[in-house]
Ligand binder design. Structure first.
Ligand code: C2E
Ligand code: CA
Ligand code: CA
Ligand code: CA
Length: 275
């Protein structure tokens, strides 16, 4: 570690993954970030491709680090998963989202749900269904107003415990979506065993639409497969009107991406809802 000069720590902030020392301290800081109230939940609209209206939101966590500024979840979520901290952090995000959708409904907004990302570690390392139930009781949130996004790779672990947890969550009344669909290797038989509602086409297949013929074929195939299994479909990473038009012509009814809005604070999101 070349970390001897007085000001060298500045150098590392660009390149977090490279330094074991900084990684260690960042992990240490992550441990305290919850009590220090450094996390904030941002919300990104999920939009009807038919009417253009905001129908839901995805909750995306942000870490406002006192020295580094905003640290990307792509950096700290894997750390939180390795250390098990994701269990408390994920519970906090879900509670925040539940409070928020209740608040928006009380304010008269028609937004239907908030989707919350759930890590496989939360499912494997905690009594997740009990946690969800506790949060519903505590926040008085209608379970239909919450959706959980679980990545395809988690879904593929597909142990009895995961299936049992999904079934319990489903019985509570929440919706379940598979995130990043198409990047894992789920089989139809695996998908059929799970009580899923929605598939989220990964943004890597949306990026080069409508020109890339392979991606167009993949998007079509995912859409057709989802339909035959009775799942609805949302496309993520929609950045251009041409992508939205392609997806909508394909039959896809929901989209999310920078075309509509980047993820924003709850306050800014409220403004989008009153527009
Ligand atoms: P994800 O769940 O696949 O979320 C979508 C990511 O794509 C978000 O990045 C979002 O800001 C970004 N995005 C949205 N629209 C567009 C677009 O039009 N173009 C492009 N290029 N990107 C777009 P973000 O917020 O940095 O989150 C990264 C990942 O971190 C998430 O990927 C998710 O896996 C994880 N994450 C975020 N919040 C949470 C959380 O509360 N819990 C867990 N377990 N994971 C989270
Ligand atoms: Ca997601
Ligand atoms: Ca995703
Ligand atoms: Ca992703």
């Amino acid at each position: 570690v070349k970390n001897k000069g007085k000001n060298n720590h500045c150098f590392y902030s660009d390149d977090l993954s490279k330094s074991a020392v900084e990684r260690f301290t960042l992990e240490g800081q992550l441990r305290h970030a919850l009590v220090r109230k450094q996390f904030e939940v941002y919300y990104q609209p999920q939009v009807s491709l038919i009417t253009g209206e905001i129908i839901g939101a995805e909750a995306l966590i942000r870490w406002n680090h006192p020295k580094l500024g905003l640290v990307s979840p792509a950096t700290f979520i894997p750390m939180a998963e390795e250390t098990g901290l994701i269990v408390q952090i994920g519970e906090w995000v879900l509670r925040e989202a539940a409070h928020q959708i209740v608040r928006w409904h009380k304010a008269g907004h028609a937004i239907q749900w908030i989707a919350v990302n759930v890590s496989g570690v939360q499912i494997m390392r905690s009594n997740f269904a009990d946690t969800v139930y506790g949060i519903l009781m505590e926040t008085d949130c209608n379970p239909h107003m919450l959706e959980l996004e679980i990545t395809e790779s988690t879904v593929m672990q597909n142990t009895e415990y995961v299936i049992d947890t999904f079934n319990r969550i489903k019985q509570l009344g929440l919706k379940l979506a598979i995130d990043d669909f198409g990047t894992g290797y789920s089989s139809l038989s695996n998908l059929k065993r799970l009580p899923l509602d929605k598939i989220k086409i990964d943004q890597s297949f949306v990026r080069d639409l409508p020109d890339d013929l392979d991606d167009a074929a993949i998007a079509n195939a995912i859409y057709a497969m989802a339909g035959s299994l009775g799942f609805s479909v949302i496309a993520e990473g929609v950045e251009t009107q041409a992508q939205a038009d392609f997806l909508s012509a394909m039959g896809c009814k929901e989209g999310q991406g920078y075309l509509y809005s980047k993820p924003v604070t709850a306050t800014e999101f409220s403004k989008l809802l009153t527009k």
